[in-house]
Design a protein. Sequence first.
Length: 184
Amino acid sequence: MPKKWVAFLLSFVMARGAIPYRGEGRLLDVGCAGGSYLHRLRQWGWNVIGVEPSVTGAEQARSLGLDIRQGQVEDAGFPDGFFDVARLNHALEHLTDPKRTLREIHGILKSDGILYVTLPNTGSLNFWLFQENWYGLDPPRHVISYCPRTLGFLCSATPFEIAEIGFQSGTFNFVRSVKIPSGG
């Protein structure tokens, strides 16, 4: 059975929210942290590369045998049209110039490439409940907050179009928000 079919079956059966295999299976994870997600994708047949600004995170990911570029994606020197998929999982909100980053990613994606973005959502019930005490704000690490409307505004300033928006609210941000003292 070809690698891409094995990867598809494993991602379909075993991993909720896994990225479906496509093209040659070349995936870039921007802000890959310690590389655990990339390591799993590689086991499922993907050709993976990560970019991580943190020296510690990049070293941890490299210890898993992964190809990791330490720094920013704009400085990594990837060729145009190289990747089938790019992923920004809780990374976009950390960027001070997200338009520049998205334009770079657009250039290194194939013409039919897909970008997956996961973000804290300031349009969520958790944000509405906790407001400035919402854990998802995470200042000063999160420099820009997004909701579907602001993400759409950002994409309109780049070559990307939003094909689909999904919402997932686990208990993590809720529980963390409860622990933040209000008032002061």
